[in-house]
Ligand binder design. Sequence first.
Ligand SMILES: Nc1nc2c(c(=O)[nH]1)N[C@H]1C(S)=C(S)[C@@H](COP(=O)(O)OP(=O)(O)OC[C@H]3O[C@@H](n4cnc5c(N)ncnc54)[C@H](O)[C@@H]3O)O[C@H]1N2
Ligand code: MOO
Length: 415
Amino acid sequence: MAPDNFSGTGPVSPGEHLRSVLRLVRPLEPVQLSLADPANFAALHGAVLAQDVAAAHPLPLWENSAMDGYAVRSADTANAPVDLQVLGVVPAGSGADPVLGPGQTVRIMTGAPLPSSADAVVRVEDTSGFHETTVRINVPVAPGRDVRRAGEDRAAGAPVALAGDPLTAARLSALAAAGAASLLVRTAPKIAVLITGAELRTPGSTLSRGQIPESNSLLLAGLLAESGLPAATVEHSPDDPELVRARLDALGVGHDAVISTGGVGPGEYDVMRQVLEREPGVRAVRVAIRPGAPQCVGRLRAGALVFALPGNPVSAAVGFELFVRPALRALQGHANPRRPVLRSTVLRGWKSPPGRLQVLPVVFDEHGGCAPAVDAASISHSVGGFGAAQGYALIGPDTTAVVPGDTVDVLRLQP
Ligand SMILES: Nc1nc2c(c(=O)[nH]1)N[C@H]1C(S)=C(S)[C@@H](COP(=O)(O)OP(=O)(O)OC[C@H]3O[C@@H](n4cnc5c(N)ncnc54)[C@H](O)[C@@H]3O)O[C@H]1N2
Ligand code: MOO
């Protein structure tokens, strides 16, 4: 009987495997990046904060107008319609603080500081228009009307973002608005993809019997990009142990992680496993999961982490999602390296193998219900059906069938 694990021990549970993968991770050295230099924007977006950041000043900084119109003393408008004397204008960017006496006003634009002697804004639509000398105010306004108070969004010193937070577009803009000049961040790790398999030909090639189009390089480069992590290098290697070892030695120096596909099974030509079994920091395992069971994971002598995934395309995608993506996010110090698990109602049932976590590609309907994207009996090679998948259903080892109406755990990859 073939051993469950090519190293001779039993299969490891997916949870145990993820824990041992995450134990390998040493977070990258953080770098300080200025927010003032647009050349840094691409690196900042998707980087992960390595420090807590508090607001350097209140947000908004000072009381200002929410509308284009007139800054007024609200009491002057109580008997509107009323005519007020126009003293001038305060546009955005002006530091002026004109003093309004009774019956006086200034034109004011959105975002401009409210004069200290005013307590409300009348929108231009509620007046006779923009005038130089006198304006008719048509409506009374209460104190505070269309005024943004200093600090109403965030007080000075209040937290804006925490170490481990990913720098989304929204978070970056919040940090800049709150006065951050530069940020201590972990930028994207440098990742190499190494594809092995003698049967593989460049997409579009004329194929002889036994040859297929190579699709895992596009798969992994795309999954990395969808995780905000570009692949720095994509290479192919012939199934020759010396050549594979040479590529791993070379890629292991210049990259933080090397992700390979192919050659991790127990076959005679499964070169990746044979080479990696000689690496002292790498372990060949079978994970109690379907698809994606055989994998080699560890640290190369050359320095990089290595994730050797199966050649079967859906097995490689599942291995990436469950183990590689969390590890790469942990390299960046992500507070939540794993994707959140959601619940979904089953629309069409399927069978699941006992004793394994089944990771089934699914599509979702408009209400979030899920149905298989591929035949559940043969997931690993079904790259065609997988093309439409929007997520994975996670079916535990004690469940052998799910039926319509069941609620299952899902990972949602696409909206
Ligand atoms: N006797 C056994 N055979 C197999 C076992 C086993 O336990 N005992 N495990 C099976 C499982 S599970 C998997 S998964 C695969 C692992 O295979 P490998 O990592 O060795 O992958 P390959 O043999 O190289 O390829 C498998 C399959 O995928 C196709 N492939 C590979 N690379 C690509 C690529 N870049 N683009 C597109 N398609 C690719 C390849 O042609 C094969 O069809 O082993 C099982 N066997
Ligand atoms: O576990 Mo393999 O990954 O069935 O396809």
